[in-house]
Design a protein around this ligand. Structure first.
Ligand SMILES: Cc1cc2nc3c(=O)[nH]c(=O)nc-3n(C[C@H](O)[C@H](O)[C@H](O)COP(=O)(O)OP(=O)(O)OC[C@H]3O[C@@H](n4cnc5c(N)ncnc54)[C@H](O)[C@@H]3O)c2cc1C
Length: 365
């Protein structure tokens, strides 16, 4: 059980900015996300697409915005320590920060008798906090899989491209499933890894038809790899999984000519996009309106005391699902929580430009 002032559910752009705003007000936060990396929709849905309407940032990609938000929150992110080792023991992906927990879905939110909130993840990790910030976007992003028995628990079925430096699939036959941007960019990054020793020995792109739904540049780059014989294109629908001891050995495919062929492999990388699932948060007792969390717009508090909802997950009259609006909501919620957690102490509005206290918290002279 980790004790903290605040838990932020969701490490999307709004959740990351929430950590920053809480830090400025002297509140320590832990942030949890089901994805293996921070950035929410920006990182998962449009990492390389440009954003033009973040104030003061004329243009940046989803990945760049995530990097900027992490840099801004840096004073309030703790370097990884034994807490992260605990998460790793539970099979969660590694995080560079002890207070950013990745690869874990928050499954329960319950109130203890002393008024603290208990937050529990699907990997059994627990946090005890005085305030909770639900920054869950459209829900927990879970990868779209193939609906075939034997695939879900297999150890050689993956949904994410390994980070640079992580254990490579060199010398192996990797089959990438999908025909959109995500599948094609995975093929490109595996085929063109700057370290040849990390590249798979064989790379196959498996898609149900010989037409991709990807950006023209990406389409052309992968078509070139196929023409050079560096990637094999396999057209067919997987219909059966051949697995032994939770290791997939081969897939049976139904080709467009209705022939059944067997594709032997070492690893399957399924890249068919993500779909958000509201999942457990619908049962936490917060008042919902059309599958979104209703909030008071002065505080962004939900119907539960000291549980705030910010970003795409909330709803109120005039709500706009924009980054800018989420950043405003995170700021308002942090101030409201600070006032609620410190009753009786005056809440002065301080500027980062001029306040020695804020500058000290930011670690700047
Ligand atoms: C293609 C596209 C382009 C866009 N372009 C723009 C633009 O140009 N300008 C703009 O302002 N907005 C844009 N948006 C909208 C913007 O991306 C969203 O408003 C923003 O991402 C919302 O941030 P968030 O942090 O609230 O939610 P999200 O980004 O959705 O992040 C929520 C995170 O919470 C996690 N999560 C949810 N539930 C749980 C749980 N139970 N346990 C653990 N983790 C959980 C999810 O996995 C996710 O990572 C765009 C959106 C898309 C799809």
């Amino acid at each position: 059980m980790t004790d903290t002032d605040a838990v932020v559910i969701g490490a999307g752009p709004v959740g990351l900015f929430q950590v920053f705003q809480l830090g400025l007000l002297g509140l320590r936060a832990h942030v949890i996300d089901v994805l293996p990396e921070s950035g929410g929709q920006c990182a998962a849905l449009y990492p390389d697409k440009p954003i033009y309407d973040v104030p003061g940032v004329p243009r940046c990609t989803g990945r760049e915005l995530t990097r900027l938000l992490l840099t801004q929150a840096q004073p309030f992110l703790q370097p990884a320590d034994s807490t992260s080792a605990d998460a790793a023991d539970r099979g969660a992906p590694s995080s560079p920060y002890a207070n950013v927990h990745l690869g874990q879905q928050v499954s329960e939110l319950a109130r203890a008798e002393d008024g603290h909130w208990l937050v529990t993840s699907d990997r059994g990790q627990q946090w005890r906090a005085r305030a909770v910030f639900v920054a869950a976007g459209a829900g927990a992003f879970v990868p779209r899989s193939l609906n075939l028995p034997g695939l879900q628990d297999a150890v050689n079925v993956h949904f994410h491209v390994p980070e640079a430096g992580a254990l490579p699939w060199s010398g192996q036959h990797v089959v990438v499933v999908g025909g959109g941007d995500e599948a094609l960019s995975a093929v490109l990054s595996l085929a063109e890894d700057s370290d040849p020793a990390r590249r798979p020995a064989r790379l196959t792109l498996l898609h149900r038809r010989d037409v991709f739904q990807a950006e023209p540049d990406l389409d052309a780059a992968v078509r070139a790899l196929i023409a050079q014989g560096r990637v094999a294109l396999c057209v067919g629908m997987p219909t059966e999984v051949h697995a032994t001891d939770a290791v997939v050995q081969a897939l049976t495919l139904l080709t467009p000519e209705e022939a059944a062929v067997r594709l032997a492999l070492d690893h399957v990388l399924i890249r068919q996009g993500m779909s958000p699932k509201l999942g457990p948060l619908t049962s936490w007792g917060m008042a919902l309106e059309r599958k979104q969390v209703a909030v008071n717009t002065a505080t962004f508090e939900t119907s539960l005391p000291q549980v705030y909802a910010v970003g795409d997950i909330n709803t109120y009259p005039g709500k706009k699902r924009l980054l800018l609006c989420g950043f405003h909501e995170a700021t308002m919620a942090a101030h409201a929580a600070s006032a609620a957690l410190n009753p009786g102490s005056p809440q002065h509005l301080l500027y980062t430009t001029t306040s020695p206290l804020l500058r000290e918290r930011l670690g700047v002279a």
